[in-house]
Design a protein around this ligand. Sequence first.
Ligand SMILES: [Zn+2]
Length: 426
Amino acid sequence: MKLFTTALLFAAAPMALGSAVPQLERKMTYDGYKVFRISTHHNPAAIKSKIAKFAAIPFNLDNNEHLDVAIPPEEVAAFEKLGLETSVMHQDLGKDVAEEGNFATYESTVGTQAVPSLTWFNSYHAYADHRTFFNDLQASFPSNSEIFEIGNSFQGRPIFGIHIWGSGGKGSKPAIYFHGTVHAREWISAKVVEYITYQLLTQYSTDTAIKAIRDKYDFYILPFVNPDGFVYTQTNERLWRKNRQTRSGASCVGTDINRNWPYKWEVTGGASTSPCSETYKGQAAGDTPENKALVAFTQKLKASKGIKLYIDWHSYGQYILLPYGYNCAARASNHATQSSLASGLATRIRQSYGTSFTTGPSCSTLYQTTGSAPDYLTDVGGATFAWTIELRPAGSSGGGFVLPPAQILPSGIEQWEGMKYLLANV
Ligand SMILES: [Zn+2]
């Protein structure tokens, strides 16, 4: 399936509330957009003021070392004349998006009694195929797994997951809890979560180490906690990040679900109060439908057998991020253990392809975030470990959110190797 060929440009629908007429949807192709990583020399504000006149699309947020931006074709020459220290992440973003959007078709295996093929990981796929893939995978292991739904997104899509258990029976052990694709454009996160799910299910009967892990924990894996945003990246705007929530009086669409969790939401500096910002926190703590559903489900896991490990899978940058996001001096009570496990995880990941991951508390390692999932999971959800993993690429010359399909499988393999270490040691 080709992206961006069939989507319609919807006219802005009139809103009954407020005078602003929001631009609800637009269609972007990114043809000729060139993506640069700009060295900031620890002064991002200076760079931001130099490039303020350009219609640049920001790829990263408040990074002290470098700013990654997509520059429209008509502005590339003027941008290059600035003489900033840059490297090129995408020569032509539109070309790379088109290549990435060349989805393979997926044939459901239901009725064939076969496990879906690993060729699933050779390309990206349409949202509907992802749901079918999960249904097929579950159907191959009906006595040890089930598909569940925790509620609906703003546009009414069910937020689904797969629950996997071992010999103790359904719901008998502490939770390993994964979220994918909270940021819509981070496509590789769903694929990696799918690869881990696939291995957990298919290796149980043949690998004693996997059997031991499966028998010790219940797994709750939600590959798309922001389905509206993900679908929108496939139909209209590949670089969309937030959910698709409209709000009265606001001229922009979308709230950042990972700035909306009801914990340290009110702290300033780690999110935006502007509805047009990529990190818009919402009008009140936990006021997105997606977050309400996630909070309720998290509380359910806490009240049941508790949460051992939570991972929010993102891209990009190759980081393993520990609590906390809201305060750069705060540390989890078991921080020393967390650090040691994160280092071990990075070492194990590196053994597959030499891919290097940076580890550390998220605020001091990357940037401040408020109302983020790992902080909530740690202090409210009672998770022993609650991390963010930022997947491939590292960034400089390897692209950004648009990761070539050939890197899907290696990304999955190295993370699965890492999880085998982590799950045996938490
Ligand atoms: Zn993200």
